[in-house]
Design a protein around this ligand. Structure first.
Ligand code: C2E
Ligand code: MG
Ligand code: MG
Ligand code: MG
Length: 278
């Protein structure tokens, strides 16, 4: 029975584009309760340093463990959460939980950087600086173990305000990276003013890296540009040995992808820490 209704609910979430306002509202209500009912969970995907052949950190990725539909991926509810403003509360929960887990790893002798995705709305609404400071304080995690993943879309609205927020976060000691780099609209001239530490090469460029000369050229250019600006480069969506060899050859600093591990619950992610990766 659970499986059957799970499939229906899954269809319901799949056809998000066609559902009417009432259903939207219903799903929004369910999502609001999801936070309170503890239905949100974080999975962690390792980030591997190519040179040191080891895990340097994890990216926290949220999932919704729906009582009937099962595990719902973020692509199915983050857009609604952004439209409804619920992303502010979800983002706060994610930050607190990710910092708590990073501190647990730190306390067990594993100093790992925890990367947390931030929605553009968290920049414009909500009190991001306070939320981040409070997550660090409540968990006891030193700021240098937290990395915030931003997208270029934070620059679309009020660039000066976004810059100010980034510099304030930087001053707190947290690390900053640009997610899905190369897919947005940001001008390269902003890159040097952004105070970020790392660029994440979008997985759409990594996918056909070894067959498509244009993707290969883009990836090489991002690595070169980033390094010239003293930024660290991580490639996401690495699935094959050949992609890894290319990235290693062109000096990419870190890699992340199914080739190493899918995002996993904390306990299984802990199990990866003993493993040799490269
Ligand atoms: P993202 O931050 O760019 O995360 C990378 C996505 O690629 C993740 O999907 C990850 O599971 C997937 N991925 C990792 N390695 C591979 C690979 O080798 N091949 C392929 N095909 N995919 C890979 P996921 O977990 O479904 O998350 C999707 C997006 O949802 C994320 O993209 C991010 O934009 C958003 N998201 C996830 N968690 C949060 C969150 O806590 N807050 C916010 N605001 N957004 C989140
Ligand atoms: Mg990310
Ligand atoms: Mg990405
Ligand atoms: Mg993304």
């Amino acid at each position: 029975h659970a499986k059957e209704s799970g499939r229906n609910t899954y269809r319901f979430f799949n056809e998000q584009m066609n559902i009417d306002a009432l259903e939207q509202l219903q799903m929004q209500g369910q999502l609001r309760n999801a936070i309170r009912n503890g239905e949100l969970v974080l999975h962690y995907q390792p980030q591997i340093d190519i040179g040191r052949s080891g895990i340097t950190g994890f990216e926290a990725l949220v999932r919704w463990r729906h009582p009937e539909a099962g595990m719902i991926p973020p692509a199915k509810f983050i857009p609604l959460a952004e439209r409804s403003g619920l992303i502010i509360q979800i983002g706060e929960w994610v930050l607190n939980e990710a910092c708590r887990q990073a501190k647990a790893w730190l306390d067990s002798g594993r100093p790992l950087v925890m990367a947390v995705n931030l929605s553009a709305l968290q920049f414009r609404r909500g009190n991001l600086l306070e939320t981040v400071a409070s997550a660090l304080e409540r968990s006891g995690l030193p700021a240098r173990y937290l990395e915030l993943e931003l997208t270029e879309s934070i620059l679309l609205h009020d660039i000066e305000a976004a810059m100010q927020t980034l510099h304030a976060l930087k001053a707190m000691g947290v690390k900053l990276s640009i997610d899905d780099f190369g897919t947005g609209y940001s001008s390269l001239s902003y890159l040097k003013r952004l105070a970020v530490d790392k660029l994440k090469i979008d997985q759409s460029f990594v996918r056909d890296l070894t067959e498509d000369p244009e993707d290969a050229a883009i990836v090489k250019a991002i690595i070169q540009l980033g390094h010239t600006l003293q930024l660290s480069i991580i490639a996401e969506g690495v699935e094959t040995d050949a992609q890894l060899a290319f990235l290693r050859n062109y000096g990419c600093d870190e890699v992340q992808g199914y080739f190493f591990s899918r995002p996993l619950p904390a306990e299984e992610a802990s199990g990866l820490l003993a493993k040799d990766f490269l």
